[in-house]
Design a protein around this ligand. Structure first.
Ligand code: FE2
Length: 129
């Protein structure tokens, strides 16, 4: 499973701490996915999606405040990406999760991994350079 590495560190403590939390949520999603003994994963999956939503809003606020505090020039285009993320999580139709929980869990994992690999290593690195 995806593990924290030094290269993910931006050197801004509060943001690194929050990114680690994202790894934690990804780890939990992975555990639920590979748990063969759990028959009904619906509640676990909904809990993970809910947590991810709350966390994303909270974390992006922190990042956006930080970017503004250092006068980051590409703040607006970065914020657009954050808003897209939130929109994508909100697009998950919770009623459909019950019909195919594993498929949705995979989607959530895929989403978090893209966030970690694409966004943190790509865009987030830019505002600390
Ligand atoms: Fe970001």
């Amino acid at each position: 499973m995806i593990k924290w590495k030094d290269e993910y560190s931006l050197g801004v403590d509060i943001i690194d701490e929050q990114h680690r939390k994202l790894f934690e949520i990804a780890g939990r999603a992975y555990d639920v996915l590979k748990d063969q003994f759990s028959i009904d994963k619906y509640d676990d999956i909904i809990a993970i999606i809910d947590e991810l939503k709350d966390y994303a809003v909270y974390h992006f606020e922190t990042e956006e405040e930080y970017m503004q505090s250092i006068g980051y020039r590409k703040f607006l285009s970065h914020k657009v990406m954050h808003d897209d993320f939130i929109q994508n999580i909100n697009k998950i139709d919770l009623r459909q999760v019950d019909e195919n929980p594993e498929k949705h869990l995979l989607e959530v994992l895929d989403f978090i991994i893209k966030w970690i690999d694409g966004h943190i290593l790509g865009q987030d690195k830019n505002y600390v350079m």
